[in-house]
Design a protein around this ligand. Structure first.
Ligand SMILES: *Cc1c(COP(=O)(O)O)cnc(C)c1O
Length: 415
């Protein structure tokens, strides 16, 4: 027997260790489309509870928008359910190219290539365009999928301290002799909700002859005054060599991703990027849905404006109530609790109050930086935010953390 008792026990032991560390991930079943109001089964087998969703990436509220659903139905009706092929064999429809062209226009780049996910885009792009004579210099807080992409690439790798521009410059000087240097960053960092200093990064890239890569998964559709992303916010449209992003967050929330940027880089991805060459084409129903999303966003900034207004309202409400927040101006608003157990207890109490928001702690965030990460959506109405605020204040009072400083909270609860 190949999967012997001892092998099974080996794996059971590892699962136990994960549980022992308190980092076992329990999934909660949602019995509804992704939206501001959802019905959740938690724990498994419990009766359904109606809660307000404060932790999805549905930033623009488009995940179950009627026009997007209608477009998806049209995609299904006119182009079928699946392509049963990778792009370069017989998996490219007219609508795949249409979506690539629309993304190019939306992002203000030269060309775009679709991937099954942004994880795949990040896994494929570096290996496709760099070799052992090159160096990748990444922010220390980049997303896990970028770290995997870096691992798969033969170029050298170095890092700079999070958003530390003088450290980045030192690294650029250190690697001055390389054939190519690529600065690698997230646009918005998902755990803290802060944005990369794209203007300073571009200036350093120009000074030191480096390329710039940004993953705008938590920005595309709503950061910048027309929602193009961090390059719009920092006035560096057209100056980013490689943008990767996902269709699984603000841009409809289904799945898929892309690499967008210099046309030669995009072409090399088509020729060489392994997740593009060896993983199936995005399904027509999703392609059709994302095309509609881009049409909606190109016609009006109403949704991203509402999101900005909601996020400001939420941030101000929590600040006035006396919570410690991470500074920032994105719809990702982390409520700092510092202690891991407190973050879990707080989240459970919120759930009892009808608010769905998850606590994060080490190793997802650094030790002593446990938090409830809230994410605001254009799908939230004021009454959602007011009810959530009321619940946060009630639970905050219970644990006596309102108006308390970081030090005061840690003195009581520990790190
Ligand atoms: C969510 C996320 C991804 C992964 O996107 P998928 O399309 O779901 O694979 C990649 N990078 C960043 C920064 C993300 O936040």
């Amino acid at each position: 027997m190949s999967f012997s008792k001892s092998i099974r026990e080996l794996y059971q032991q590892e699962i136990k260790e994960i549980q022992g560390q308190g980092i076992f991930k329990e999934e909660r079943f949602i019995h509804a489309p992704q939206a501001a109001d959802i019905e959740v089964e938690f724990p498994t087998g419990a009766s359904l509870k109606k809660v307000i969703n404060m932790c999805s990436n549905n930033y623009l509220g488009l995940s179950s928008h009627p026009d997007v659903i209608k477009a998806a139905h049209e995609g299904l009706d006119h182009r079928g359910y699946g392509m049963s092929s990778v792009r370069f064999i017989c998996g490219t429809q007219d609508i795949h190219r249409e979506l690539e062209n629309k993304m190019t226009e939306f992002l203000g780049t030269e060309d775009t290539v679709l991937f099954p996910s942004c994880m795949d885009a990040n896994a494929g792009v570096f290996e496709a365009i760099l070799n052992e004579n090159d160096v990748m210099i990444s922010d220390r807080l980049v997303h896990a999928s970028i770290i995997d992409g870096i691992r798969l690439c033969k170029a050298q790798h170095d890092t700079y301290k999070h958003s530390n521009m003088s450290h980045l410059e030192q690294k650029l000087e250190l690697h001055a002799d390389k054939r190519l240097k690529v600065i690698i960053t997230d646009g918005v960092f998902s755990m803290d909700g802060d944005t990369a200093k794209m203007d300073e990064i571009v200036a350093l890239a120009e000074k030191h002859d480096a390329l710039v890569f940004v993953d705008d998964s938590h920005s595309s559709g709503f950061i910048g005054k027309t929602g193009r992303g961090t390059h719009e916010q920092y006035n560096v449209l057209g100056k980013i060599d490689i943008i990767t992003t996902t269709f699984g967050k603000a841009l409809g929330g289904a799945s898929g991703g892309c690499v967008s940027g210099r046309k030669e880089i995009v072409e090399l991805c088509r020729q060489k990027a392994r997740p593009y060459l060896f993983s199936n084409t995005m399904a027509p129903v999703i392609v059709s849905g994302v095309i509609r999303v881009l049409d909606i966003l190109s016609q009006s900034t109403e949704r991203r404006d509402k999101l900005e207004e909601n996020a400001n309202y939420w941030r101000k409400g929590l600040t006035d109530a006396g919570f410690v927040l991470k500074e920032g101006d994105t719809p990702i608003v982390p409520v700092m609790l510092f202690n891991a157990k407190l973050s879990q207890d707080f989240s459970k109490d919120l759930y009892q109050e009808g608010i769905y928001a998850i606590g994060f702690f080490f190793p997802v965030v650094p030790k002593g930086q446990a938090r409830i990460r809230t994410q605001i959506s254009a799908g939230h109405e004021k009454h959602h935010l007011d009810k959530a605020l009321e619940a946060f204040i009630k639970v905050g009072k219970k644990y006596d953390i309102l108006g308390k400083t970081k030090k005061e909270i840690i003195d009581v609860y520990g790190m």
